[in-house]
Ligand binder design. Sequence first.
Ligand code: PMP
Ligand code: GLN
Length: 381
Amino acid sequence: MLNIQSKLPGVGTTIFSVMSKLAAEHKAINLSQGFPDYPSDPKLTELVHKAMKDGFNQYAPMPGNILLKETITQKVHNMYGISYNPDTEVTVTAGGTQAIFTALATIINPGDEVIIFEPAYDCYAPTIRLFGGLVKTYELTPPAYGIDWDMVKKLFTANTRMIILNSPQNPSGSILSDEDMQALIKLVSGTDILILSDEVYEHLIYDGQQHKSVMLYPELRERSFIVASFGKLLHATGWKLGYCLAPEKLTKEFRKVHQFNVFSVNSPMQQAIAEYLQDPENYTGITSFFEEKRNYFRGLLAASRFELLPCHGSYFQSASYAHFSDEKDTDFSIRLIKEFGVATIPVSAFYQKSTDHKIIRFCFAKENSTLLQAAEKLKNV
Ligand code: PMP
Ligand code: GLN
């Protein structure tokens, strides 16, 4: 018998695949995995055809299409007033996931400790472990999911190598404030601790709040890998394109791994996205688009027994059912699919200890008709 030593014992199939599969099997409305159910802009798909016809069919440059990198730095400058160098500080990746994987592969050595805030997106912890890193977890609690930075400090040891941030946060929709950033600066100043800032929901921030990117703070920017995803920006999660911004010193190391991890990513789509983003009108409406969806969905669910948690950003709305059921959230979400025809994500999946606050996550990046249909079903719960 072949003896294979698993590098990730205890890791099963990601919750997003599990719930989407169950949704399909039971023909339930799928508000579980985060993806839109409406098409992306036909202008964008036309540009992909055009790029293919224009001959963008061979390897793109290793760090990314030149026009796309320039367009990214221009967009970043327009949004935040910060200049990144397109040649030396931007790398186009196969989605946010590959950027996260590559940044961790670049930095983490066996024994290095990485601080994460849970509930956390599910790829962080396994990837840290894959490279021999140790996950130091700070569990946040609903409904605010706020961070007490004195508690973070207590997690620091001589081996602390990195802190992973995610604002707006998946799944809680919480956001980091300027005060959070100031507290973080105090903690990391004078140390060699690096930051991986997962900002894939940077545009999805509501109620007039401004996204506090780590790039706005020089003490943080100099030590940060910032991860972004075109999947969210362009309503095209299946294209799996994103990028990583980091100062030259970090980018140089990042690219050493990137070149052997994937070398370069989808060429015609990079060219198409670069051309599409020349017109800022193609993305500036995204915040209000999703804010309206959030408001619409919250309005619909007000008539249900679910207790809605705050949602300041992302395309996820969390809800508690603790006051009417003490079922485990995993059991509850399976019953929701089978008996009521709506698929969600149990939030315990975002905690390594499967901490169960009896909260489920809905994705509202859906047609209003889908949200309405789902809400009609959820009112019966
Ligand atoms: N980070 C977070 C917080 C996410 O929710 C996701 C997925 N939507 C990603 C990273 C990965 O992004 P991508 O689909 O571009 O790989
Ligand atoms: N980020 C999406 C979510 O949180 C899904 C990503 C995935 O399926 N891997 O639902």
